[in-house]
Design a protein around this ligand. Sequence first.
Ligand code: UD1
Length: 417
Amino acid sequence: MELWHIRGGRKLDGACFVQGSKNASLPIIAASIICPMRSELMNVPQLRDVDAALRILRHLGCSAEQGGGDVYIDSSGLSGSAIPHSLMEEMRSSVIFMGALIARCGEARLSLPGGCQLGKRPIDLHLSALRQMGADIEEDGGEIFCRASKLRGAEILLPFPSVGATENIMLAACTAKGETVIRGAAREPEIVALQGYLRSMGAQVQGAGSGTVVISGLRPEKQAVCRIIPDRIVAATIACAAAAAGGQVELRGVDPEQFSTVLHFLNQAGCDIISTNRSVRLFSDGKLQGVGELSTAPYPGFPTDAQPVLMAALLKAQGRTVITETIFENRYRQVPELRRLGADISVSGRVAEIWGVECLHGTALTATDLRGGAAMIVAGLASQGETVICDDGHVTRGYERFDMRLRSLGADIYLEY
Ligand code: UD1
């Protein structure tokens, strides 16, 4: 169990770099096995989920080492196509190994993935797409056995731009016979990052970032090299923390475009924001306004992952904010905990209504999930007195040395293991 100790009321001040993206790293690590190859990945965050992905690689017979932000993978020794439940359950992104294994071995045996409990997280779109490409898939309880002597390219229409399904199809399609066209593809920056890595492996992929991605084969290079993009959700979290606590913060090495919807609402709330193409400076006097209505949506809409942290930033904002969560059905698990700080939030189905309060008072909280836990840290920084968050390892799954990063900005926070 980890304990986050936060003494709120200090303004944040200073500049920091933002870690590499977890959600870009994990699919890229899975993709490293689609053909026998060495890969060098840079700016990979040191996180439990990354560690879990590297353990899956080793279980499959690959070599995989992380030293600081560098990860070296050699997938030439891959000798298995089955991933045990104990490894699958560690994170949601383990499901992307399905597309990677079927691309490399023509089969994959795995179980339903783990990850945060945000409501139903089906993988029917992933399975249906692989079936359209000729895979034979048996499901037995939570076990999945997927087989195809040779996948064939297909035109796949996704009824919803699922990030995971888009990634799985991209990987499977690299070694399929013929061209695959994904229509209704997810447009997230992590999809563009995956395309960049696949191209450096020798894959012919184009269109990532638009709704149509075309994959037409792979002529393997000797080695793939890739620098992981900055984590837009961590950047959004630090921006929300500075907005709530007040202060002046510069986020360096980020692409403001990738979290522009979050910056838009922070600006609406009263923060001054100056963006260049590689940095964001945010000024907040800590006295925010409610932002009215906002809904989460697939990229380029407002990210569901940033919803809990923006909610936390607006708990003291004068007036009303109404959030509609459209991606996950159970993404307000942080709300009962935030109320314990004195927040005025009511939830009805997918809609949460927040009325800003004068003051929040630190108390003992329990982290419910990764971004919910981050939201409690943001709220704790804007509360009077001490907040202690009891966390069963949720936040450290996605935030690298987050206590140190916030301390470097002047926050009074430390993590006790
Ligand atoms: C989602 C987020 C992604 C975020 C990640 C981690 C979106 C669109 N996706 O990606 O930005 O980084 O969580 O928190 O915001 N669905 C199905 N069937 C499927 C797959 C998905 O019905 O086969 C539904 C889900 O129930 C959910 C929605 O589609 O309502 C989001 O799915 P998806 O994008 O696939 O989720 P992740 O890949 O986990």
